[in-house]
Design a binder for this molecule. Structure first.
Ligand SMILES: NC(=O)c1ccc[n+]([C@@H]2O[C@H](COP(=O)([O-])OP(=O)(O)OC[C@H]3O[C@@H](n4cnc5c(N)ncnc54)[C@H](O)[C@@H]3O)[C@@H](O)[C@H]2O)c1
Length: 316
């Protein structure tokens, strides 16, 4: 049931252009706000379903659902949209695929209807590496087949396709970013993308053993959320990014064994991790090509994983 009544708090504009960040109180949305707030007026639309932070003082805030048409009625003039709001739990998408599809597909569609009518200058859509599914080749490029393995991956793919369709039908300028495994001090243990970092750190801090599944040689492509926010900023500005799909990651495979040994080294811990058999359905190797991001956005990683991990070790 969507909220009929909702709260809105208006903030006086300081800049000439305004960015609407959906999901602006979540991990990616909040760091995007921090990165953009000195360049644009920021408006946040969030229903608080998985928010990680309080509402900042210097934003216009609408507490409502992206699926609700009323959410858009009292917005100031919006120049750009950064769409991060989504249901991101794979487990929840399996147990409640209808909720997942409504939130991610119908929510995106309602937002696109608004973007089309408001004639926004550019729509940045945050898709997901989950849309690729099991890698057929590595590194994963943007033309890699898309065979999602979960209702979440599928709902993210369908919403991305709606974004592309609106771009073709209505001349809405869009950029689709496909982030890989985002980590930050705001993530939690349930996060299927980078929750492993949180789990290992939590165990290290408590001085207890944690489990490495399989041989530990499985890889992921971890990227700090601040680098994702930089890529979003570049996507707002780069002319050549218009209507493109672009991977965002480090471009480097990082194994669970490397993650474990680096965290133990950084925290000077002597814990011996436990080994257990591989989990069914887990993707073994995954990392992306960031050549397109380098070429059309001028993107390069600014936070090496060891730096990001030390920051998180201090903050969690
Ligand atoms: N976390 C990752 O590693 C990762 C990787 C690839 C892609 N992504 C994508 O990045 C985006 C942001 O992910 P995140 O890690 O910041 O998630 P998050 O759960 O931290 O943030 C999502 C935010 O959106 C809000 N929200 C959710 N549904 C909403 C709705 N229907 N209406 C209004 N607000 C709603 C939540 O309250 C929350 O504040 C998602 O689209 C996700 O699919 C994330």
């Amino acid at each position: 049931m969507l909220l009929k009544s909702f709260s809105i708090r208006v903030c006086m504009p300081k800049h000439t252009e305004t960015v609407l960040i959906t999901g602006g109180l979540g991990q990616v949305g909040y760091y995007t706000y921090l990165h953009l707030k000195n360049q644009y007026n920021i408006c946040i639309l969030d229903n608080l379903s998985s928010s990680k932070v309080e509402v900042p003082d210097d934003v216009t805030f609408i507490q409502n659902d992206i699926q609700n048409k009323a959410s858009y009625e009292n917005l100031p003039k919006i120049d750009f949209i950064v769409h991060t709001a989504a249901q991101i739990s794979v487990n929840q998408s399996v147990s409640n695929p209808i909720f997942d599809a409504k939130n991610n597909i119908l929510g995106t569609l309602q937002l696109l209807e608004y973007a089309k009518d408001a004639k926004v200058k550019r729509f940045i859509h945050i898709s997901s590496a989950a849309t690729y599914g099991e890698p057929v080749f590595l590194p994963i490029t943007e033309d890699h087949p898309r065979n999602p393995k979960s209702p979440y991956g599928l709902s993210k793919l369908v919403s991305e396709k709606y974004v592309r369709l609106y771009s073709q039908l209505y001349n809405l300028e869009t950029v689709v970013l496909i982030p890989f495994n985002i980590y930050s001090p705001l993530q939690n243990a349930d996060d299927h993308y980078a929750g492993v970092i949180f789990k290992f750190i939590e165990a290290i801090k408590k001085g207890i053993q944690y489990t490495i599944y399989g041989d530990g040689k499985q890889t992921r492509d971890f990227i700090h959320v601040k680098d994702v926010a930089r890529a979003i900023d570049m996507s707002l500005k780069s002319k050549s990014a218009a209507n493109q799909i672009v991977n965002i990651g480090s471009g480097v495979p990082y194994s669970i064994n490397e993650l474990s040994s680096n965290l133990l080294k950084l925290s000077k811990s002597v814990i011996q991790p436990l080994q257990s058999k591989a989990r069914e359905g887990d993707i073994y190797e995954s990392y992306c090509s960031i050549q397109k991001a380098q070429k059309i956005l001028g993107f390069a990683l600014s936070i090496p994983i060891e730096t990001g991990l030390s920051e998180i070790l201090k903050s969690i």
